[in-house]
Design a protein around this ligand. Structure first.
Ligand code: 13P
Length: 255
């Protein structure tokens, strides 16, 4: 089975939650309970928590990511953060194209591509988010939407660089709603994403890429989702804010 060739990645997306003291507390609680993970463990924290997170995770198996980065190296882009600013701090991962950025902040497939390029150039590993709206699922165009998002985002990305891309399938209707895609729905779209990657880069690349599911993944449903052939991990929102819940998902991915 190809799944066995891929290392699962469980990433927490803290979104706009936790001040520095709360971040430190959560990380200290997490460290012992994820120490034996057989998957990669990442926490993507607010910019203001990055320094705290880098210090608190030192010597542990928890890797740190940001939740976005700009495409320019520097310049007049008020409130933005460059990829180099992240790597200079020792940050290794960055989420790009989250649906909340697309929905509320005008992020487009093109700007997602620019940000992906900048992140790769700086040496970051990218967690690239794709996913359909409820209306799009109801129209039966999920695979078209997700394929297009994936193809545009990967424009100009080489086969070598693709090794630093993780794709997270996050159906927008399942995010923060408590409404999870069924394991079969998640697997079907994840498989479709893998086929798009295979079409662009060849079968071996499609087989090798880590494709996560995200959207109301929690301690109770993680095992079933993560058991599916094409689900190689999770991008976790709400449940990543509580150490026991996140640890349970990491444990499910470590089986
Ligand atoms: P929830 O797990 O809170 O649904 O959020 C998922 C998500 O958006 C992770 O990026």
């Amino acid at each position: 089975m190809n799944k066995a060739l891929r290392k699962a990645v469980i990433a927490g997306n803290w979104k706009m939650n936790k001040n520095r003291a709360e971040a430190k507390e959560l990380i200290e609680a997490l460290k012992p309970v994820v120490a034996d993970a057989k998957c990669d463990v990442v926490i993507c924290v607010p910019y203001t928590d990055l320094e705290t997170a880098m210090a608190a995770t030192k010597g542990s198996n928890i890797k740190v990511g940001a939740q976005n980065c700009h495409w320019a190296k520097s310049g007049a882009f008020t409130a933005e953060i460059s990829a180099d600013m992240l790597t200079e701090m020792g940050v290794e991962y960055v989420i790009i194209g989250h649906s909340e950025r697309r929905q509320y902040f005008g992020e487009s497939d093109i700007t997602v591509n620019h940000r992906v390029r900048a992140a790769l150039d700086a040496g970051l590993t990218v967690i690239l988010c794709v996913g359909e709206l409820l209306e799009q699922r109801e129209q039966g165009i999920t695979s078209e939407i997700v394929s297009m998002q994936t193809k545009v985002a990967l424009g100009g990305v080489s086969a070598e660089e693709l090794k630093r891309i993780i794709i997270a399938y996050e159906p927008v209707w399942a995010i923060g709603t408590g409404k999870t895609a069924t394991a079969d729905q998640a697997n079907e779209v994840n498989h479709c994403i893998r086929e798009v990657v295979a079409e662009l880069y060849g079968k071996a690349a499609g087989d090798a890429i880590t494709v996560q599911y995200g959207g109301s993944m929690n301690a109770a449903n993680a095992e079933e989702l993560l058991g599916k052939e094409d689900v190689d991990g999770g991008l976790i929102g709400g449940a990543s804010l509580k150490a026991p819940d996140f640890a349970a998902i990491v444990a499910a991915a470590s089986k």
